[in-house]
Design a protein around this ligand. Structure first.
Ligand SMILES: [Zn+2]
Length: 287
């Protein structure tokens, strides 16, 4: 067990539907990692995208988590209530010349955005997105499970959107601004978000803040090899079998099972047993 008195971790679900097993694994992984380091753990609801947000899903997810013994140490933060902070960050980046307007339709570039609008001066009248002008050529990260990863600008990532054409703040911006505000020191999440790391690191660099450590857990894959998600209609977690769900998540992360029917008992034993070197070093793993 490490002793990191300042460890702050989080679980940040999008309220697009109830919790499924894939999100439960991310919730438990982040919780156990924080607790085993005697750190704080909180929940943030990423309800930034009103068209995708399902009414009541945020509350439902919090209830499902609580039924598994997972309760935030701080009042739950809702991204929809933090828009002013995202605007402030955009102003700072704008002032520093890190942003440019882009009105390229998505279909106009097949893969990575090639930076078409970097040197174009768009007039302010047409609706356009704001992109971050990446300065770095490579980003390196020593992920605590996936190991050393390097991303190259123009090959693995490009200038990315921080404010969308439809007026919404983009995910990459909101995540970074909230993690900075909440002083998150280590991000534990599914490996589907590993590719978001270089863009988020660019934002940390631009804002002069040290980027957090990352620990990317293997994604939970269904029998079809696809990531379990709300889009692929992953089954909703049955909270009546909370103890079984917890043990199934522990098994997925290659942690010892705990013989108990009580979620709190399972969690406190699992905190003591938690070892990150046991987590499968995989991007995805079938159930
Ligand atoms: Zn463009």
């Amino acid at each position: 067990m490490t002793n990191h008195p300042h460890y702050v971790g989080r679980f940040a679900p999008s309220p697009t539907g109830p919790l499924h097993f894939g999100s439960l694994v991310a919730a438990i992984g982040s919780y156990l990692d924080a607790r085993s380091a005697r750190g704080q753990w909180f929940i943030r609801v990423e309800d930034l995208d009103p068209p995708r947000t399902v009414r009541g899903a945020g509350r439902h997810i919090l209830k499902q988590l609580a039924d598994h013994g997972l309760v935030s140490d701080h009042p739950v933060v809702y991204q929809s209530q933090r828009l002013q902070h995202f605007d402030n960050a955009l102003s700072i980046l704008q002032t520093e010349g890190r942003l440019y307007s882009c009105n390229c339709p998505r279909r106009s570039y097949p893969g990575l955005y090639p930076g078409t609008c970097r040197t174009r001066e768009l007039s302010g009248s047409q609706p356009s997105a704001l992109r971050f002008r990446v300065g770095e050529t490579t980003i390196q990260q020593k992920d605590l499970v996936q190991g050393a990863v390097t991303w190259t600008y123009g090959k693995d990532f490009g200038d990315f959107i921080v404010h969308r054409k439809d007026g919404l703040h983009a995910y990459q911006l909101a995540v970074v601004i909230d993690d900075i505000a909440q002083k998150v020191t280590r991000i534990v999440r599914g490996a589907d978000l590993l590719s978001a790391t270089p863009m988020q690191t660019c934002l940390y660099n631009a804002l002069g803040v040290q980027s957090p450590e990352t620990l990317h857990l293997p994604m939970v894959l269904g029998r079809d090899g696809q990531k379990l998600s709300k889009q692929t209609h992953a089954p909703v977690i049955n909270t009546a079998s909370a103890a079984d769900n917890l043990n199934q998540a522990l098994a997925f992360l290659n942690q010892p099972a705990i013989a108990s029917d009580n979620p709190k008992t399972i969690l406190s034993a699992a905190i003591k047993n938690w070892r990150t070197d046991r987590i499968p070093k995989l991007m995805g793993k079938t159930l």
